[in-house]
Design a protein around this ligand. Structure first.
Ligand code: RUQ
Ligand code: CUA
Ligand code: CA
Length: 642
């Protein structure tokens, strides 16, 4: 490529592009009749806008030499690819995608009987759903840190929650939530609110974003004022839905307190609007706090009802039923216009709601929230200890463990670093309290943000990742669909330093970043985990029961055993394959041409598929996963007799 070619890619200088994006976003919003506070922020700290155009400080290196391992894991949602991704940080290398809600050709997810059982099927055996939209992923806790057992991820489209086992990095359970639509925010609890011995995650909370008729069976179609939304609790072990809370307004993101007592969700549609103009007609919306122990006591006492076919007990969390703090299950705290995101600070003291349509962040103090539930405050709004301007379009907040918060500003295409205690002082009337510490331009329109260990009590303030929704001129163009841009920032110093861009396939939402030693993965399965395992070479072969045929096969590089098998046209064939290789990284694949079968078996794993032998002929079942010098020769011959 000549230098001139390079120039043609460089369509616009940075600032022009930034201005263009910003104007577009603002025009979009003002077209909606929106009065965003366009005034500059009240405060500018050391790092005024444009800090990024100053000569860049070096920042820590994200480069790893060949053979060096990353020091952090990143768990990323995949967005409407429906997957769950694993990145190594700081390199930003994508290591794995764990299929859960949607089929995956590499692993045979959605093809094997085992994965179909987890995904859910229709009576004819086909998959119930083949699409998914993953937004948020969080992992299980113990003593305020990740314990490496599980992660959970949501599917917004079909209101499903998937659990990922972090030993094998596989999805082992999926639950569809009843009575809700648009399941968006998700957060595990961090300990039990009643039993101090339970210092680990036993519940996962799920917010539902859309209002629907209850039950949604054709009633009240044209009466949106009757639509309702719910906050759900799923058992971390059984993955059953324990209970739901009927609420006024909707849910968006979710968060939990470190003491296990409260779960929170922010609401942008307290108006119960069916169109966006209505959803932003009120000046303030809310952040809800759920008193977990009280809700579980109410469920135990049977103060519940059910809807439609669902057996899940539902308690009444509406405003009218929760006016008395002494008995309230839910507190409604007023926060400015269409807030987005609620995050718990690593010191366990605060929840922060970003303003989205308001240029503010709201800080809510946990102990004051508990005071309200104890009847010591006359209004839940008194738990607000700061509401300060930080910039335009605040969305999500991360923490460094040194008292600073980092919030994405979607409209400003910036990250703002601000000090929480200083913001509280400023809010209390100390005009000299400088709470904005630094600003950093990012490319462009950032949504989610997270820092290393940010969602734990052990936030270490090293790395900050910013999920930029628009990448435009940051990468080689690949047609109209652009990669997204995950930017990595060194936050170990006073000033943020941009150190790397990582392209990602659209379109991840949320992510968490944590130290690699918090996870111990297993590289080899135990054969005993699979009831169908073909454990011995003498067990292989074709076993017929009328028209139903079971074919038992084992793989050991570079051969399948048996090397050929015969079935008859019209048979229903169940093929069970156990990989007898015990060597780490020795995976085999099994593909049957023209039969739409392709899946893998990892070391000591068993998988099965069922299909109708509806085409006579010879079919070379071959290994798809490179395993051996004789990988191409690794085949078994399926003969379907006419
Ligand atoms: S929220 S659009 Cu993660 Cu910012 Cu789903
Ligand atoms: Cu076995 Cu390739
Ligand atoms: Ca609203």
């Amino acid at each position: 490529m000549t230098q001139d070619d390079t120039k043609t890619l460089d369509t616009q200088p940075d600032l022009g592009r930034r201005k263009f994006l910003n104007t577009t976003a603002l025009v979009g919003l003002s077209g909606a009749g929106l009065a965003v506070g366009l005034s500059a922020c009240k405060q500018e700290g050391a790092g005024a806008p444009g800090a990024a155009s100053a000569p860049a400080a070096a920042g820590a290196s994200t480069h790893l030499k060949p053979g060096e391992l990353d020091t952090y894991y990143g768990l990323w949602s995949g967005g409407h690819t429906g997957d769950f991704r694993v990145l190594g940080l700081p390199s930003g290398r994508e290591l794995h995608r764990v299929p859960c809600f949607v089929p995956d050709a590499l692993t045979g997810w959605g093809i094997t009987n085992e994965s179909k059982k987890i995904m859910g099927t229709r009576p004819d055996g086909s998959l119930k759903y083949t699409v998914g939209d993953t937004h948020h992923t969080h992992a299980s806790y113990k003593d305020g840190n990740y314990d490496g057992r599980y992660a959970w991820i949501n599917d917004k489209i079909n209101s499903r929650i998937a659990r990922i086992r972090l030993d094998y990095f596989i999805c082992d359970k999926i639950t569809e939530l009843p009575n809700v639509q648009g399941f968006h925010g998700i957060f595990p609890d961090k300990r039990d609110p009643v039993d101090p011995a339970i210092n680990y995650t036993t519940r996962v909370f799920c917010g539902s974003e859309f209002h629907v008729p209850l039950p949604n069976d054709g009633r009240d179609l044209d009466a949106p004022e009757k639509y309702r939304s719910m906050f759900s609790c799923v058992d971390a072990e059984t993955m059953d839905v324990r209970w739901q809370v009927l609420i006024d307004g909707n849910c968006d993101l979710a968060a939990t307190s470190y003491d296990g007592k409260l779960a929170a969700t922010n609401q942008y549609n307290t108006e119960n609007g069916a169109r966006y103009e209505n959803m932003m007609s009120a000046e303030r919306d809310a952040c809800l706090f759920f008193n977990v122990a009280r809700i579980e006591a109410a469920v135990k006492a049977g103060k519940t009802r059910t809807y439609g076919n669902s057996k899940v007990p539902v308690v009444d969390g509406t405003r009218a039923a929760n006016a008395d703090p002494k008995t309230a299950l839910v507190a409604y705290v007023s926060v400015p216009k269409n807030p987005h995101g609620v995050n718990a600070s690593p010191d366990g003291k605060y929840f922060i709601c970003a303003g989205k349509l308001s240029p503010t962040a709201t800080v809510i103090e946990l102990s004051k929230m508990l005071d309200w539930f104890d009847g010591k405050l006359d209004s839940p709004d008194k738990a607000i200890v700061a509401e300060v301007e930080i910039g335009l379009g605040p969305l999500h907040t991360a923490f460094d463990g040194r008292g600073n918060a980092y919030t994405t500003l979607f409209l400003d295409s910036q990250v703002v670093k601000w000090n929480v205690e200083a913001a509280i002082k400023f809010h209390a009337g100390d005009n000299k309290a400088q709470y904005v510490v630094d600003r950093l331009d990012v490319q462009y329109q950032p949504g989610h943000i997270n820092a290393s260990q940010s969602e734990t009590m052990f936030a270490d303030g090293k790395w900050l990742a910013v999920g930029c929704k628009f990448s435009k001129d940051r990468y080689l163009p690949v047609g109209p669909l652009h990669a997204e841009n995950e930017q990595l920032v060194d936050i170990s110093g006073d000033k943020m330093v941009m150190v790397a861009d990582h392209p990602v396939r659209p379109e991840p939402h949320d992510f968490i970043i944590f130290k690699r030693d918090l996870i111990r993965t297993k590289q080899i399965y135990s054969m005993d985990e699979f009831p169908l395992a073909v454990k011995d070479a003498k067990d292989v072969g074709v076993f017929r029961d009328g028209k139903k045929v079971t074919v038992k096969i084992i793989s050991q590089a570079p051969a399948f055993d048996p090397r050929e098998f015969r079935v008859k046209l019209g048979d229903e064939v169940t093929l069970i394959l156990t990989n007898h290789d015990k060597v780490e990284d020795l995976t085999h694949g099994f593909a049957i041409p023209n039969y739409n079968v392709n899946f893998i078996v990892n070391p000591q794993e068993t998988a099965s598929v069922t299909f109708k032998a509806d085409k006579p002929g010879v079919f070379w079942c071959y290994c798809t996963h490179f395993c051996h010098a004789l990988h191409l020769e690794m085949r078994s011959r399926m003969i379907v007799e006419a």
